[in-house]
Ligand binder design. Sequence first.
Ligand code: ZN
Length: 383
Amino acid sequence: MSVNYAAGLSTYADKGVCGLPESFDSKEELKGKVEALAQLIRESQYLVVHSGAGISTSSGIPDFRGPKGVWTMEERGESPHFDTTFEEARPSLTHMALLGLQRASYLKYLISQNVDGIHVRSGFPRNLLSELHGNMFVEECGKCGKQYVREKVIGVMGLKPTGKYCEEVRGRGLRSCRGKLISTILDWEEALPEKDLNRAEEASRRADLALTLGTSLQIKPSGDLPLFTKRKGGKVVIVNLQPTKHDKHAHLRINGYVDEVMSQLMELLGLDIPKWDGPTVCESSTPDQKPLPAIAIKKEVKKGVKKEAKREGRKRLGEPKKEEEDEEKIAVKKERAEQTTEEHEKDLQGCTDSNPIPVQTQDQDLSRGGDQNEGANSPTLSL
Ligand SMILES: [Zn+2]
């Protein structure tokens, strides 16, 4: 089953600049620029990639603002063409090259606006990935936050209930959570997922090199994240056929197909592009790879702040403190992570040779708009 993603969103007038002409670097120009990119990556300490719908067009999923994009076609009163369903979409060369870059320890964090779930289904470690606009294959418990990566698209959009209930069991002899599961796909003007956004911001600040692939960078806050890297003294490299909102901030601007760029890049770096053998979900990178310690530290701080705030709130409401519960939640989370891996092992494949895992995901990038909430979590579009 496929879902018409665009039709599932509410109507929204300002979808940004659509259908701008594409331009292409000459063969020689492209080669020189990719060599420069390879050198920047070799020299980088912390590479973060930002992906948009442009990396999934070769998987058969239309982008949004390209010449045949969803919103471009909508402006013309036409329907976009899907060459595949979300379930049948195969990762593109770029998706798999990103997995190769991560495994080679060049790529430290991946931030995607795509909702098609292909990054997850390609086996990219979920703990090194922020999906800022949701995932068509993921539903989340509104009560305990557990996420379920399904093999089929959820079919519900806009953070609405999916009709299913959480089966998480928090302890022996206890009943399952039974919280309502909701879609993770954002509708226009809905706030971005806090955890994913926080991690994306932290990684962007920490990065010394931000590489954007197949995104016009028009959607806020996702499109502005590479600027965090630049403000901290890092470099931004933009690969896109159409002009982007932040071209003037780019250290290197490449006008070429992302698959072509990534293919040349991997060769220059001497890296193989992993083969894809079907949907694979990898919950986390190998245990010895401790992701984003800086983030972990900051999170602790934020958690502390929140805890205080919660306590204050409870005082006012006359409720008891819930410190023990918080501790219990952490324990539950750990347990959940273990369970998830076991469950996944049953029905899917390994995410790395040493780290077997299973599951599936979605992909497709969203665009969002809404100018009122600038500065807040809500995605806004500005040109
Ligand atoms: Zn739950």
